[in-house]
Design a protein around this ligand. Structure first.
Ligand code: PHE
Ligand code: ZN
Ligand code: ZN
Ligand code: CA
Length: 479
């Protein structure tokens, strides 16, 4: 879907990276799609995954908590299963107050990458127990659905991606990290995010998230599914208490199911669903007793079949053939430098929040030059200009100041395009004509349609009298 991109401040500042990632715009062929929208996801297999997570906790001090070996062992085990099934997996490392954690992302490498359908669950437990209902259940459920999808022979129309989040129990840390580090152009491709956190509570309710108007149609697909199975359900406003919150904050449609945590089941709910009135949906919530005996397998079975229904349905959904990336989307990553030096390469130092010069927006910018001695500094980023771009442009805001006087050029900032072995200078700023207010500069990139290029900004100063070039809020658009 089309949605205005929004820049978020990332929560960590990574060191200068030398990896450049190109924006790719390939479109897979959309062949005929046979859709069985009601797969029966195996509860036997899912329970076996939960037993495996229990064993992992048992072998690692009784938990799968962030920073403890049981968490990493959980990631490694899930990754092994998905790799063997043909998924493309990525482990995304990040740090937390309790130690290093990881998100595991698994993508089925078929279908149109411009339309991504995601399901996610947090894989970490609290420190007090093995975390089998919370949230082995959601993790095992999406794992088994992913394995069944791979084995089904479905020809997906869309790109199906699963996220296993780390450090949810520390405050949704992993899912926020994922979202904050997803380039704007990629965020725009996520059509829906479905969250599963606690789906086998021992005294279960059948709750459907109702906390994101953008996700109302996915929510309705879930309630219609439950209606079709004669399973009574209730809406719940989960108050941003799980990993869909980060996706919701980007305007992405979200939905999910939940069987209840520490809250008490009412007598009306016990009439409707069975179980014990006046008791918690999960009396072992966040406790040592959240083991593989703390599960209602009927609730698990019903919820995993709902996951299967949603993944199959959304994997086959027709989102149309919007040309992607949409007009106006910024193909640059970390374009306003607010994540620090991530996504840019070059000499260390220019990307800064030093208050000696103002940012155009936020606090970070690329401050090139300003040394007052013979020196050269640069920042660069690679980007693929789609062949279908109509009027691709580079634009950026720049302000400059100098201690030089007169009309001789001593210090320069060159804005260049490196394409293959050739380097072309698109603009040169210098100590002559500096302006200590920000102005926007826009440059034509139409010579580079269909090419992966590196944009490079290089400041060169002579031996004395500083000139500072401060660049912020860059963009590459397709026109
Ligand atoms: N995210 C909560 C936890 O892990 C549980 C929860 C899930 C609460 C879904 C509300 C809705 O502790
Ligand atoms: Zn949880
Ligand atoms: Zn929890
Ligand atoms: Ca900035």
């Amino acid at each position: 879907m089309r949605r205005p991109s929004r820049r978020l401040a990332a929560i960590t500042v990574a060191s200068l990276t030398t990896v450049t990632l190109a924006v790719s715009t390939q479109t897979a062929s959309a062949g005929p799609t046979a859709t069985l929208a009601d797969p029966d996801i195996s509860v036997t297999n899912t329970k076996a995954h939960l037993d495996q997570l229990q064993s992992i906790a048992d072998a690692n001090g009784g938990n799968r908590y962030t920073g403890k070996p049981g968490y990493k062992a959980s990631v490694d085990w899930v990754k092994g299963k998905l790799d063997a099934a043909g998924y493309t997996t990525t482990v995304q490392q990040f740090s937390t107050s309790a130690g290093t954690s990881y998100n595991l992302i698994a993508e089925w490498p078929h279908g149109d990458a411009n339309h991504v359908v995601m399901a996610g669950a947090h894989l970490d437990s609290v420190s007090r127990g093995p975390g089998i209902n919370d949230n082995g259940s959601g993790s095992a459920g999406i794992l088994e659905t992913a394995l069944a999808y791979a084995a089904s022979g479905e020809t997906p129309k869309n790109r199906v991606r699963f996220g296993f989040w780390g450090a949810e129990e520390l405050g949704l840390v992993g899912s926020k990290y994922y979202v904050n580090n997803l380039p704007a152009a990629d965020r725009d491709k996520v059509e829906v995010y479905l969250n599963f956190d606690m789906i086998a509570s021992p005294n279960p309710g059948y709750f459907v998230y109702d906390d994101n108007p953008a996700g109302d149609s996915a929510r309705d697909d879930l309630t219609t599914y439950f209606d079709g199975k004669s399973i009574p359900w209730e809406y719940i406003d989960v108050q941003g208490r799980s990993d869909h919150a980060a996706f919701r904050s980007l305007g992405i449609p979200t939905a999910g199911t939940f069987t209840g945590a520490e809250e008490t089941k009412t007598s009306a709910q016990a009439k409707k669903w069975g179980g014990e009135a006046g008791a918690a949906f999960d009396p072992c919530y966040h406790s040592a007793c959240d083991t593989n005996e703390n599960l209602d397998l009927t609730a698990l079975d019903r919820n995993i079949d709902a996951i299967g229904h949603m993944v199959w349905t959304y994997g086959a959904k027709d989102y149309g053939s919007d040309p992607e990336p949409p007009t106006g989307a910024n193909l640059l990553k970390n374009p306003g430098f607010e994540s620090g030096a991530v996504d840019w390469t070059g000499t260390s130092g220019p990307i800064t929040k030093d208050s000696g010069r103002p940012a155009h927006s936020g606090t970070w910018k690329a401050w090139l030059g300003g040394n007052g001695r013979t020196s050269s500094e640069n920042v660069s980023q690679s980007v693929t200009i789609p062949a279908t771009a109509t009027a691709p442009k580079l634009s950026y805001w720049i302000r400059s100041d100098t201690n030089e006087t007169g009309s001789t050029v001593y210090d320069t900032l060159k804005v260049q395009v490196v394409s293959g072995t050739s380097t072309t200078t698109l603009a040169t700023h210098s100590n002559v004509g500096t302006s200590s207010t920000y102005a926007q500069k826009t440059l034509d990139l139409s010579a580079y349609k269909g090419k992966t290029i590196t944009l490079k900004l290089t400041a060169s100063e002579d031996s004395s009298l500083q000139t500072s070039f401060v660049v912020d809020d860059t963009s590459v658009t397709v026109g």
